[in-house]
Design a binder for this molecule. Structure first.
Ligand code: OKP
Ligand code: ZN
Length: 381
């Protein structure tokens, strides 16, 4: 199986996130993707296609030349329209410009701000008062809160380029699936928490949703299933497709009653009025091991089979690993091989899109899934 990879992710390397009242070291770091890349080299899964953008060397925070000229790059021709289809223009502008404005505000007002932008207030008020109408605030702090839903997703000078590179991997992966029947998009930063116009959970652009949109644009009658096996519920993916019947979303995750992202991911969320069976949540208790996990995975795969999808997208998080720093499931490295094999047995054309995983064994666990998939029969493996 081929992998799509972009070194642009290294430009997103924030120092700190705000967690339980403290600034703590970030969990979502470049070493995660680099560890997967290293393991891919060791195991000879298949070619790693390194995407090489014509992007200025600077970043969106420090130099004017760092701003991408959409029309002159790969980003403008195919990627940006896809991203804007999923996310909307205002939000994409926000991701591109917010750090530059953050840095500029420091400069103008002499107010010290760190090397990463974080919100301190959130747009909950607009949700309660429909009659007020939605007005995007004009200041840096107002915009940050309007387009964010948590305090653990810092935006730095390099975030925009990294997020574009990550989405590009997903779109490249979609192209590879059309030719090969399977691909791995080594996306970083991850995507499944990103809503249409909110970042959060270390996510900026919803890479899986962008890939789904790419499949649909290539073949308007495509029926897409998204299987999210990350430890955390994919609230962004759910919300983007909640009222659409062309994309079925099923997620296996830690019960949101006791786990991030807390406010979505319950089993009674089954789709909007126009798509009443388009979403399925299969929450599992803290401490779940493979014996608890495997039957639920089979159930999810059976639900997907009922929809007879033309393409499967797997939001692949391996933070279900027993040693994961921020999670509480108990899957072992061999279990990830089984997980891949159970998916591969179904023989759907499959795009794996990287999401979470915060243990140093991330490379072994990810490649186990991909090898298991091929051994199970995926992509005629
Ligand atoms: C992103 B993905 C960490 C606090 C939780 C948010 C978790 C985002 C997970 N101690 N922070 O789904 O892996
Ligand atoms: Zn996760």
């Amino acid at each position: 199986m081929k992998t799509a990879y972009s070194p642009l992710h290294e430009r997103h390397d924030p120092e700190k996130e705000f967690y339980r009242g403290l600034l703590v070291d970030c969990f979502e770091r470049p070493r995660r993707a680099l560890g997967i890349l290293r393991e891919l080299g060791r195991r000879e899964l298949g070619e790693v296609i390194e995407l090489d953008a014509e992007i200025p060397a600077g970043d969106s925070g420090t130099t004017e030349s760092g701003i991408i000229e959409p029309s002159s790059t790969i980003f403008g021709s195919r990627l940006l329209p896809l991203i804007e289809h999923v996310h909307g223009r205002e939000y994409v502008d926000f991701v591109e410009t917010i750090f530059r404005d953050w840095a500029r505000e420091t400069h103008l007002a002499g107010v010290p701000r760190p090397s990463y932008a974080l919100p301190y207030t959130f747009n909950r008020l607009g949700q309660d008062h429909d009659e007020t109408g939605e007005v995007v605030p004009g200041t840096v702090d107002g915009r940050l809160g309007y387009f964010s839903f948590d305090t653990c997703t810092p935006i730095t000078a390099g975030t925009w380029h990294a997020a574009l590179g990550s989405a590009w991997c997903a779109v490249k992966g979609q192209e590879i699936v059309l030719a090969d029947g399977a691909a791995f998009a080594l996306c970083r930063p991850p995507g499944h928490h990103a809503h249409r116009q909110m970042c959060g959970g270390y996510c900026f652009f919803n890479n899986a949703a962008i890939a789904a949109e790419a499949f649909r644009q290539h073949e308007p009658s495509a029926r897409i299933a998204i299987l999210d096996v990350d430890y955390h519920h994919g609230n962004g993916t759910q919300s983007i497709f909640y009222d659409r019947d062309d994309v079925f979303v099923v997620s296996i995750h830690a019960d949101p009653l006791t786990n991030y992202p807390y406010y979505l991911g319950h089993s009674n969320e089954r789709g909007g009025p126009n798509a009443p069976e388009s979403n399925a949540n299969l929450p599992l208790p803290d401490g779940t091991d493979w014996n608890g996990y495997a039957p639920t995975l089979q159930r999810a795969l059976d639900m997907i089979r009922e929809r007879d999808p033309s393409h499967l997208i797997v939001s692949l998080g391996v933070d279900t690993f027993v040693g994961d720093q921020i999670s509480n499931f108990r899957l072992t490295s061999p279990d990830f091989f089984e997980l891949g094999a159970l998916i591969g047995e179904r023989e759907w054309d499959t795009l794996f899109v990287m999401e979470g995983g915060y243990h140093d064994e991330i490379g072994v666990n990810v490649v186990n899934v991909l090898e298991g998939f091929e051994r199970g029969g995926g992509a005629r493996g």
